[in-house]
Design a protein around this ligand. Structure first.
Ligand code: HEM
Length: 567
């Protein structure tokens, strides 16, 4: 009886939990089953929240029992699935709910001094201030032509590949675009960070041109540096399944030789870029008399870092060490490419299924942005939500439906309450943002309203967004973001793809401009034809982000499209 009692998983009191927890292991079998069936652990949290309400919990191992907590044999994960409370918690209660150590541990071996791995301390704040300029409007405006060039390379590559489909030299009806988009995203980040692209897409184009009879899906081996970044990303992603998170950085450093090799060669490259940028910068600094702010003249992220370094040295303030700079460059290369690539891959899949959306988007571009016929749009033109409401609606809807970041985590830093439930210090909190933005609808309004009596004071100031309609919340429908007069409404319903608050996504502005340009430039040039179901299934696999398993595309130049399809 005593053994049975000691091994019984213990949930936190009062908070709803799954009934069928198993002895010693709690909800682990349930989580494993859903992860296997649906392609990611996040589905177990979504499922629990959908059944049990706005606050629920899953129990890992022995859960909250004394033995579980004392010997690391148990943990409780509280799930918060109410968009109003999530927003309030991220924006107003950051001191009580800090970035989770689990997430920091995932990145700690690869970029220990980078923002993704740092707790919210002075060092993190210093880094964020240092790099903040890279996300300002003037800097992103200067980077826009480079992003346009990368997107144009993708269009050129797809034009060549699509011609091979069209002339029937291949039995393939579509080609695999997964790697093209991934390389394009890395090329964008490299152009912004170092001032030069890795030319991954260009190499694919040259390869297809050199091999006129090869399959439209055929591509050269990916560049070595990109392959190394893939190894790093893969290691970080697999860390989610490591049983003792605190030991993960040590384990990776000690036993993962492939990772070590990839990191050494990535660091070698980044260091060489840093040294040559420093040499150039010092040479130019002697002649540079410009009084313009750095965001208006820096050529790349390295320049910004070096400029700030000089300012800080002059003021006698603390500068970033070489390790810190290298780790932040790694943060850009990894954090800035994978998420955006996955979202672009999801957008291709979604658009293939929605031909009328493509037609409406192109019509808006031709009518409201006619300059696109003669030159690429500028940052100001492409970001104008008033002029391009449908583009904004499509982009927001893609980010809502693609669930690239399925969930975010926080650690509870002190005993507190959440929607009336007591939550002890040290509890892990998970917010299934992907599910909430997609499924929270007016059908749950009575549940949400009933929580007003237990909401935190800052949350009571009011809900920031509307509700989705219950009948179509699960569907892809950009029109939900438009008011009756056709204008764009960013607060039409819950939308949290980048999270919020001080630890929300650092690169949101860059990601948004990249997505806008991707949609604009590809949709201006091509119609993405519908694909057979076996080439456009909805299976995903989850690492830190959620990726599609397949991404095929059959781009058709608009001149060759039968317009009667849209009448
Ligand atoms: C569609 C693309 C993207 C999505 C959906 C996305 C989403 C997210 C999410 C959900 C978080 C976690 C926030 C939290 O825990 O509250 C995050 C963090 C972060 N993202 Fe992004 N992201 C994207 C693109 C980018 C880009 C382009 C960069 C470029 C540098 C970037 C850099 C970062 C960094 C550095 C953090 C950590 C911030 C911190 O620790 O405070 N992200 N992102």
């Amino acid at each position: 009886f005593t053994i049975h009692h000691v091994g019984k998983p213990t949930p936190l009191p009062l908070i709803p939990h799954n009934d069928n927890m198993k002895w010693l292991v709690g909800d682990i079998p349930f989580i494993a089953k859903l992860a296997k069936e649906r392609g990611g652990v996040s589905y177990a949290f979504d499922d629990t929240a959908l059944r049990l309400g706005p606050v629920s919990q899953v129990v890992i191992g022995l859960g909250a029992s004394w033995i579980g907590r004392t010997f690391g044999l148990g943990q409780v994960i509280v799930i918060l699935a109410d968009s109003q409370e999530i927003h309030d918690l991220l924006v107003n209660r950051a001191a009580e709910f800090d970035r989770s150590k689990l997430v920091n541990n995932l990145f700690a071996a690869t970029l220990p001094q980078g923002m993704l791995a740092l707790p919210t301390d002075q060092q993190f704040k210093h880094h964020k201030r240092y790099l903040g300029i890279t996300m300002t409007n003037p800097y992103l405006a200067r980077m826009t032509p480079r992003i346009v060039d990368r997107m144009q390379e993708l269009v050129d590559l797809w034009s060549v590949a699509a011609k091979r489909l069209a002339v029937g030299s291949s039995a393939e009806v579509a080609f695999n675009a997964l790697d093209d988009i991934r390389l394009s995203s890395i090329d964008v980040i490299a152009s912004i960070t170092f001032g030069t692209s890795f030319d991954g897409v260009k190499a694919s184009l040259e390869y297809l041109e050199r091999n006129p009879f090869t399959s439209p899906s055929s591509r050269p081996a990916i560049p070595k540096l990109v392959a190394d970044l893939e190894v790093l990303l893969d290691t970080i992603g697999k860390g989610i399944f490591f049983p003792v998170p605190t030991l993960l950085p040590w384990w990776t450093r000690t036993f993962n030789h492939k990772w070590r090799k990839a990191l050494t060669s990535t660091h070698g490259y980044l260091r060489s870029r840093l040294y040559s940028a420093r040499a150039d910068y010092e040479l130019e600094a002697e002649h540079n008399t410009s009084k313009k702010p750095v965001a208006h003249r820096a050529d790349n992220v390295l320049d910004i870092i070096l400029e700030r370094e000089r300012e800080d040295q002059t003021r006698g303030a603390k500068t970033l060490t070489e390790t810190e700079i290298i780790d932040e460059l790694t943060t850009f290369a990894l954090g800035g490419s994978e998420t955006t690539a996955a979202t672009m891959q999801w957008s291709v899949k979604i658009l293939c299924k929605h031909r009328v959306v493509q037609y409406k988007l192109r019509t808006e571009l031709l009518n409201n942005l006619p300059v696109i016929n003669t030159r690429p749009p500028t940052y100001t033109e492409i970001s104008d939500e008033t002029n391009l409401p449908y583009l904004s609606a499509v982009m927001y809807e893609i980010l809502r439906c693609s669930r690239t970041a399925a969930a975010i985590d926080r650690d509870v830093t002190c005993d507190t309450t959440l929607l009336g439930y007591p939550i002890p210090k040290g509890t892990r909190l998970q917010m299934p943002i992907g599910m909430v933005q997609q499924l929270e609808n007016e059908g749950s309004k009575h549940v949400t309203d009933a929580l007003d009596s237990v909401r935190n004071a800052s949350s009571l100031r009011g809900r920031k967004t509307g509700y989705w309609s219950a009948s179509d919340a699960h569907l892809f429908k950009p029109e939900r973001w438009l008011r009756p007069d056709g204008s764009f409404n960013a607060t039409a319903g819950p939308w949290l793809p980048f999270s919020y608050g001080f630890r929300g996504c650092f690169g949101q502005k860059l990601a948004l401009i990249q997505l806008r340009l991707f949609l604009t430039i590809t949709q201006f040039n091509f119609f993405f034809d519908a694909l057979p179901e076996e080439l456009n299934g909805w299976k995903s696999y989850e690492t830190v982000t959620s990726h599609p398993v397949q991404c095929y595309v059959r781009p058709i130049p608009w001149d060759n499209v039968d317009m009667s399809l849209f009448r």
